[in-house]
Design a protein. Structure first.
Length: 692
């Protein structure tokens, strides 16, 4: 039997797949040539899904801790016991009016599970939802909503005449639902490519122009390009006049910068900044493929705002081949799914109300929860439920995160494998993964479609989908009115406004919204002024910069200070893994066996390091070991560390080696943060490197 579905859980997902099943087991996975998103292409992670499903070390039963935290002693319990224990822990605190002392945490969302988790939290009036949102997607999404009222996605179908890839490495890591194949096809159809990246990635190698900025200087670079475009009057005057507010203020602000200073700040020569600006503004249509790296600095929201202004003033917003507004199908609104109306007082109870964009989206930047657990300020947090996430590897300042997780009175982790974070838990819940339950992909994402991800095989032994755990827990806590008799009824309810059932979605595969161009011509942009707000009056009102402004680099307490370091550490995701996941899948581990730090050979020579040597990387917060690999195209002052490393096979190391090579041992979670959303600096860290 061959089942058509879509990939998920190996990254943001979306590749159409043909999954072959024999005797209740998946025996082959291949790309679906009929799927418009990937046309049969599939990556190594996609192929490794069978190994993940059938891995001997999958968690298969609920486990309760019996020894010391992190000591590795567990007893197997039944689901009845696990749910009763969880419900008792929630009930205890709720009955004492201590909803604020609990937090839910999620790693990257893959389907509906994040929304169901927020629904449970809202029903129980638990305000803290901890997600990587402040360093992943949300700076761009919230900046977009403030600036133009929608999240503009590249229109590769038209196709564009030029793509400006900025902090995105789409050939190797997909960008929240946009698959590299779509860009490749646009390039094959003749689009020019300009790439901005400190590394000479595969994209950079294929570009007509590659700009290699100093890590963390994106805002200065974007302002440099804006300065050229505005001062050389190569913007779209009609669009600017009719559809933007604040152009005069922008012009004035840009006058205050000299291109020479911006070039110095970014390490990109003036001439190259000019060339990129001319290419982007004068090649029509052009789209920007922005990447998650832009969100890893304390300028994350303004980085996104600056790129949105570039899109708008060049007339590339919501135009064919530019960055467009893709309305989704009319399914249940995420706000209704999460029952936001049930908890109107949530916003006043959040830990960081000053981060208004995070507060508006209802999540808490992770470092605020870590610090609240440790200090009890502004309020104590004593219990956490983590779903599909590995905070010990993914939150900035891993040592502090470790102390915080250890201090909790109760930690429950729902996972596929025994991660370092799960090893610290009091209760571990074995979850089913994609192919093992019915789910909907791309729900709540701004790409204009949703995907049916039907169950293909049964999950092993006692593994439950996250959705089922949350649904059953909700009912156990007496909230039957908000939860469903079974998951199929939940999925049908989500689809009801679109007039279809899950069974019907399964036969369609993908459900698209109504896609149009220049929707603003009828009703204006979704902002207070109905125009693109180059100058944001809301930001001014809230005390943030109403225009993107470059104020130079910022350092946090504990950073190595000037003179203490000659090197700048940035990091990159490994295309063979997803964040900290899948180091235990043999076919992927063969492709990327070790954590590798990229170093320029001249730098390595000065430091007495040979290629293949294990080296220490050290910042003001600690040191880790990674293996030196030479990269002649890097700036000699920049090193690129590997992210997400632990060693599932090393049972001899504390929590499977959570601190050996974990780049978040080196990152700082102290202020300054992005003022609007709370992002920490993960991409421009002063460091030292030396031979082990
Ligand atoms: S690119 Fe992502 S969605 Fe496509 S097969 Fe690979 S892991 Fe799956």
């Amino acid at each position: 039997m061959i089942v058509k579905t879509f990939c998920a859980r190996m990254d943001h997902g979306g590749c159409g797949l043909l999954v072959e099943v024999e005797n209740g087991k998946i025996v082959r996975v291949k790309g679906d040539p009929d799927c418009s998103l990937n046309r049969g292409t599939i990556c190594a992670k996609g192929l490794a899904q069978i190994e993940r499903l059938q891995h001997p070390e999958r968690l298969r039963h609920p486990l309760r801790r019996t020894g010391a935290k992190g000591g590795g002693q567990w007893e197997r319990i039944s689901w009845d016991e696990a749910l009763a224990l969880l419900a008792e822990k929630f009930r205890e605190r709720i009955s004492r009016g201590e909803g604020k002392s609990m937090a839910f945490a999620q790693g990257t969302p893959k389907g509906l599970e994040l929304y169901l988790m927020i629904r449970l939290a809202n029903v129980l009036k638990i305000p803290h939802i901890v997600t990587p949102g402040s360093i992943c997607h949300m700076p761009r999404e919230t900046a977009s909503l403030i600036t133009c009222g929608f999240f503009p996605v590249p229109d590769y179908d038209h196709p564009p005449a030029l793509v400006l890839a900025w902090g995105s490495n789409l050939f190797q890591t997909n960008e929240e639902g946009v698959i590299g194949f779509q860009l490749r096809r646009a390039l094959d159809r003749g689009a020019k490519l300009v790439t901005i990246d400190p590394r000479k990635t595969a994209l950079a190698s294929r570009s007509v122009l590659w700009l290699q900025p100093k890590p963390g200087s994106d805002l200065a670079l974007a302002l440099g390009m804006l300065k050229v475009i505005v001062e050389e009057k190569i913007y779209d005057p009609d669009f600017v006049k009719k559809w933007t507010v604040g152009f005069e203020e922008l012009e004035k602000e840009l006058k205050d910068y000299s291109l020479r200073n911006l070039a110095e700040a970014t390490w990109v020569p003036e001439q190259k900044i000019r060339e990129a600006a001319l290419l982007y503004a004068q090649t029509k249509p052009a789209c920007i493929q922005w990447g998650n790296a832009l969100e890893h600095t304390t300028d994350s929201v303004q980085n996104a705002r600056a790129l949105l202004i570039l899109k708008a003033i060049t007339g590339n917003l919501d135009t064919p081949g530019g960055n467009v507004n893709r309305s989704g199908p009319p399914v249940m609104r995420p706000g209704d799914f999460v029952c936001s109306r049930n908890f109107p007082e949530k916003r006043e109870m959040l830990l960081g109300p000053e981060f208004r964009l995070a507060a508006q989206m209802g999540f808490t930047p992770s470092q605020l929860v870590v610090k609240a657990i440790l200090s009890d300020v502004p309020q104590p947090i004593r219990m956490m439920y983590v779903q599909g996430g590995n905070p010990l590897l993914s939150y900035a300042n891993a040592q502090e995160t470790f102390q915080a997780l250890k201090k909790l009175d109760f930690l429950a982790v729902a996972e596929i494998f025994m991660t370092p974070t799960a090893q610290l838990a009091d209760l571990v819940l074995p979850t089913a993964t994609n192919f093992e339950f019915d789910d909907i992909g791309h729900y709540g994402l701004p790409h204009g479609f949703i995907l049916a991800r039907p169950k293909v095989v049964d999950p092993p032994e006692e593994c439950w989908p996250d959705l089922k755990i949350l649904n059953e827990l909700g009912k156990k806590l007496g909230q039957e009115n908000f939860f469903w008799p079974d998951l199929r009824s939940c999925l049908d309810d989500v689809l009801k406004p679109a007039g279809i059932t899950y069974e019907e979605l399964k036969s369609k595969g993908m459900l698209r919204g109504k896609w149009t161009y220049r929707g603003y011509e009828g009703k204006g942009f979704g902002t207070p002024s109905k125009k693109v707000e180059l100058y944001s009056s809301r930001f001014q009102e809230w005390g943030y910069d109403p225009l993107p402004s470059w104020r130079g680099e910022k350092s946090a307490t504990g950073d190595l200070q000037e003179g203490g370091s000659e090197l700048i550490l940035t990091s990159a995701k490994d295309p063979n893994y997803f964040h900290s996941a899948y180091r235990n899948l043999p076919s992927l581990r063969r492709l990327s066996p070790d954590p590798e730090v990229l170093v320029h050979p001249d730098t390595a020579e000065k430091l007495g390091v040979r290629e293949g040597n294990w080296v220490f990387i050290e910042t003001g917060l600690g040191k880790i070991r990674q293996k030196a690999v030479f990269d002649r195209d890097l700036h000699p002052r920049v090193i690129v560390g590997a992210y997400g490393w632990w060693f599932p096979e090393r049972k001899d190391l504390d929590l499977s080696g959570w601190k050996e090579s974990n780049i978040n041992i080196l990152t700082n979670n102290d202020p300054p943060y992005d003022p609007a959303i709370g992002s920490t600096n993960l991409r421009a860290i002063p460091c030292r490197l030396y031979k082990e």
